[in-house]
Structure formats: structure tokens, C-alpha cells
Design a protein around this ligand. Structure first.
Ligand code: NOJ
Length: 505
């Protein structure tokens, strides 16, 4: 009985949100994010060409959990004014959106600019300006024009030029209204999931090879676009430009096990450091441990040239320091259980190159298998970023949790509550310089290979209705209150009644 009283008491304490801090510092900003392919639809309308996700979902529909696709999605191409109304309701400071390369440049190259693509984004940006909502714009959120994929996509070094041309056009056409740019969303997912695996389009699955070809190109393309903005556009447009890196944060399953601790550090260098180290570390270049491990594995495979090589001095220099802010997407933490080859690792592969066994058996549940709820992992990641990269300004460009379609989404609210609390803890206790927070996502949308089966929205979207009606979930009201008060809401109505009842027993 005493045992159960203690457990229930503890549950009640966390549920009641008895956190040390609840109020965000002056100047901290709040927003929500979406991405073009996940919401726009209009996949072949008004000059837009096919992108890699159109190709994957149309030719291999069985690869999408519920067989859906982005053909219509939330129909934001036609309903962007409704999106803006939702943003106004929430009272956000900014809206993170992404541009569809294939809508703007149907061949992927600069030889033909689609006037309708320019018109669409001008309309959206102007609608946001009318409401004083700042746009935070991502140039590339995974929807590569298929025409460029046909040339090898990010495994082809010529992509550095194509990306630069595309970015140049976007800066020129839209930059007068955009104060914050993101070059790439989640480079790890682009390179590892799409080229080194088949978790994302174009699902090349060139494990241990294509993923590293991709990272060489992507980091150079990022750097060139940063320099372009910095030298040509910043002086007149006065904005900032960053990259958004995703972390599955790794922790040892037994913190007292020194070997596991060391392996977790290696895993974090492979996951976050792969893209963060070349840009944010003092010495630049890929993390030494990656170069070392891949060289050792490559030699064992009988290769003359390692699958991943360090950049030369020119590129180390050119890439280092090319982000004004460290953009972090963060959702979850996984564990390291020991050395060896992870049972799910292909050969060769990024995962095998790490040399550690991982598990997802940690934290609370969401609707996504990979998304374990571990708020303290977020705090550890943020502290690690501060110490590894010389105290950079950090912007949380995504954070959120999935449901299966419920409107009273207490699990998401609790997720926000606990993750936001950890942000406050590291700001006030550790001096981590976090500037803003972006909830993923405004409304339920096309969640890539999960289709609409895993929903991350503050708004529920009925995708069986051609009008795509959007209904605010309880978390929309929670977020609205957060934006209005700059304080983590403590009201009872945001707490799971099931737990409320239990605390009264
Ligand atoms: C990160 C990606 O940027 C976004 O597109 C995706 O929907 C969320 N994670 C949730 O998986």
C-alpha cells in the first residue's frame, strides 16, 4: 500500500508539473513547423514537377504504412489561408515552412523558373506578413526534384552547383521578407535514411557507401549556400542562416559502465557530430572517430580507399563556421547496451561502423516506434552541444510527439510539458543559450513512410474529407496559452483525467 502511495504521489508530482522553472526568458520565441511535401499536395499542379517522394509513393505504395501519399496531403497549396488562420489562433511568433524545389524549378535547374511556384510562396509570405508572423524558411526538406535524383541526387557532387542556383533564386525572390533561413533539414536523415537505407525516398539503400557520398556533397553545398548568403544577401537582407540537425541522442543503458559511456559518445559523434562537427567544432572536419572507424572497417572489407575520408584543408576551412545558429531537431533518446555489431546493422553500414549495439527500450510510448519519451535526454543533448561546440546559440527547430488521431492528446501535452521543462532547466541551471522553440507540427500531415498513421499535429486533419477540415486538439490550446504567457501552462484541464483521478484515490 505504502509502495503504491509513493508511486502515485510521484506520478502526481510530475503530472502536476511541479517544475523548478516555468517561465521563459525575455526574447525567447515560439513557433510551429511544417514542410512542403508533407502539407501542400497539388503534386502535379501549375507546373510543379515530380519529386522523389512522388516517385516513391506512386511506384512503391506498399512502402507507405497506410498507402497514402502527398498528392493532396493537407491541401495547403489551396488552403494556406486556413494554415495562417491556425497560426493566428495559436499566437505564434514565427512559422517554419519549407520551399518545394520542384514547384519553383521543375527541372531542378535554373533554366526554367515556374512563375506559379514563385507566386504561391509570395502569396504565403505576404499572408504571414499581414499577420506579423515571421517566416523561418527551409530550403530543402527532403523533396528533391526527381530530375536531379535521376542524376544521382546528393551522391552527385554537381548538386553543390544546383543547390546554390536554387538557393540564389530563393534569396533573390523571397529574401526581402525572410530574416531566418535553414539550408538543410536533418542532413543525417537525408544521407543515412535515403541513401544509406530505404527509410526515406529515394530509398537508395547503398548502405555504408551512398550515405557518405551524400554527406560530402551536402556539407559542401550547405557551406557554399551559407557563403553566398553571407557575402551577397546578408548585407542587404540582414537575416541569419543555419542548418537543422536531428539527434537521436544516445545514452549508456548503464551509466556506471565505462565502456557503454564511451560507446554512447562515439554514437553521438556518428549521429549528431557527423554533420555538426564539420560546421560547429573548432577544428572542423568529420569527427576523428568516424574517420578512424570507417577506415578500419573499410580495410577489413579489402577496400583500397575508405568509404569515408576526411575533407581536405580547403573544405575543412570552407565548411567550418557556416551556420549562425545551431538548429536542433530533437525527439528522442535511445540506449547503448555494449560493443559489437547491432543485430539490425547491414554490412557495410553506418550502424556497423559505429561498433555498438543499441536499444529503444527506454522511456514512455508515442505512436511512433522510434519515438521514446525521455525528456532528460534532451537536457543532456543540449548540455553536450554547449560543451562540444563552444557554447553556440541554439534554436530548437523541431520537437514533438505522435498520436493515433485523438483530440484529447494528453500524451503530447505531457511530452511538451516535460521537454519544455528540460529546456528551462538547461537555460537557467547550465547557461545553455537556447533562443527559441518550434513545435512539430502545425497540423497532422504526411508523415513520410508512416503516411497519416502517425500524427504529430496540434490540429487534427481529416484526410478522408476533400475539404481537409482541421480541428484543434487540446494541445493547440495548450500551445496557444504557452505563446500568450511565455510560461509552461499549469492548468488542470491540460492534465490527463485518468491520472487526475488516480491522484485523488
Ligand atoms: C523530423 C522531420 O523533419 C519531419 O519532417 C518529420 O515529420 C518529423 N521529424 C517527425 O518524424
Amino acid at each position: 500500500m505504502a509502495y503504491w502511495t509513493t508511486i502515485i504521489g510521484l506520478l502526481a508530482l510530475t503530472q502536476l508539473g511541479l517544475a523548478k522553472y516555468t517561465k521563459f526568458p525575455e526574447g525567447f520565441t515560439f513557433g510551429v513547423a511544417t514542410a512542403s511535401h508533407q502539407i501542400e499536395g497539388a503534386w502535379n499542379v501549375s507546373g510543379k514537377s515530380e519529386n522523389v517522394w512522388d516517385r516513391l509513393t506512386h511506384t512503391r505504395p506498399w512502402m507507405i504504412a497506410d498507402g497514402t501519399n502527398g498528392d493532396i496531403a493537407c491541401d495547403s497549396y489551396n488552403r494556406y489561408r486556413e494554415d495562417v488562420e491556425e497560426l493566428v489562433y495559436l499566437g505564434v511568433d514565427f512559422y517554419r515552412l519549407s520551399l518545394s524545389w520542384a514547384r519553383i524549378l521543375p527541372t531542378g535547374r535554373i533554366d526554367y523558373v515556374n512563375p506559379d511556384g514563385i507566386r504561391y510562396y509570395n502569396d504565403l509570405l505576404n499572408a504571414l506578413a499581414e499577420q506579423n508572423i515571421e517566416p523561418l524558411v527551409t530550403l530543402f526538406h527532403w523533396d528533391l526534384p526527381q530530375a536531379l535524383q535521376d542524376l544521382g541526387g546528393w551522391a552527385n557532387p554537381r548538386m553543390i552547383d544546383y543547390f546554390q542556383d536554387y538557393a540564389d533564386l530563393c534569396f533573390r525572390e523571397f529574401g526581402d521578407r525572410i530574416k531566418s533561413w535553414i539550408t538543410f533539414n536533418e542532413p543525417y536523415e537525408i544521407c543515412e535514411d535515403a541513401y544509406g537505407d530505404e527509410k526515406k525516398a529515394p530509398a537508395i539503400d547503398s548502405h555504408g557507401v551512398g550515405n557518405y557520398l551524400c554527406s560530402d556533397t551536402l556539407l559542401k553545398a550547405h557551406a557554399e549556400v551559407f557563403h553566398l548568403y553571407n557575402e551577397t544577401y546578408r548585407p542587404v537582407q540582414n537575416g541569419n542562416i543555419m542548418i537543422s540537425i536531428n539527434s537521436i541522442w544516445y545514452e549508456p543503458s548503464d551509466p556506471a559502465d565505462a565502456e557503454q559511456v564511451a560507446l554512447a559518445e562515439i554514437a553521438n559523434q556518428f549521429k549528431f557530430g557527423w554533420f555538426a562537427h564539420p560546421i560547429f567544432s573548432e577544428e572542423g572536419g568529420y569527427p576523428a572517430i568516424m574517420i578512424e572507424n570507417v577506415a578500419r572497417q573499410s580495410a577489413a572489407e579489402g577496400l583500397r580507399i575508405p568509404r569515408l575520408q576526411q575533407f581536405d584543408d580547403y573544405w575543412i576551412d570552407r565548411i567550418r563556421g557556416t551556420s549562425d545558429i545551431l538548429g536542433i531537431n530533437h525527439y528522442t533518446t535511445h540506449l547503448i547496451t555494449g560493443p559489437g555489431v547491432d543485430p539490425i546493422a547491414k554490412s557495410p553500414s553506418w550502424l556497423k561502423d559505429i561498433g555498438a549495439v543499441t536499444t529503444m527500450e527506454v522511456g514512455g510510448d508515442s505512436a511512433s516506434e522510434w519515438l521514446r519519451i525521455v525528456p532528460t535526454g534532451f537536457a543532456n543533448l543540449l548540455r553536450w552541444c554547449k560543451s562540444s561546440y563552444n557554447d553556440p546559440p541554439i534554436f530548437i527547430t523541431e520537437n514533438g510527439c505522435s498520436d493515433r488521431g485523438e483530440l484529447e492528446d494528453y500524451n503530447r501535452i505531457k511530452y511538451f510539458n516535460d521537454y519544455l521543462t528540460e529546456i528551462l532547466n538547461v537555460i537557467y541551471d547550465d547557461g545553455v543559450n537556447v533562443l527559441g522553440y518550434t513545435a512539430w507540427t502545425l497540423m497532422d500531415n504526411f508523415e513520410w513512410r508512416a503516411g497519416f498513421s502517425e500524427r504529430f499535429g496540434l490540429y487534427y486533419v481529416n484526410i478522408t474529407d476533400p475539404e481537409r477540415p482541421r480541428t484543434a486538439k487540446l494541445s493547440a490550446d495548450y500551445y496557444k496559452q504557452l505563446c500568450a504567457t511565455r510560461e509552461i501552462p499549469q492548468d488542470d484541464r491540460f492534465k490527463d483525467p485518468a491520472l487526475r483521478v488516480r491522484t485523488e484515490l
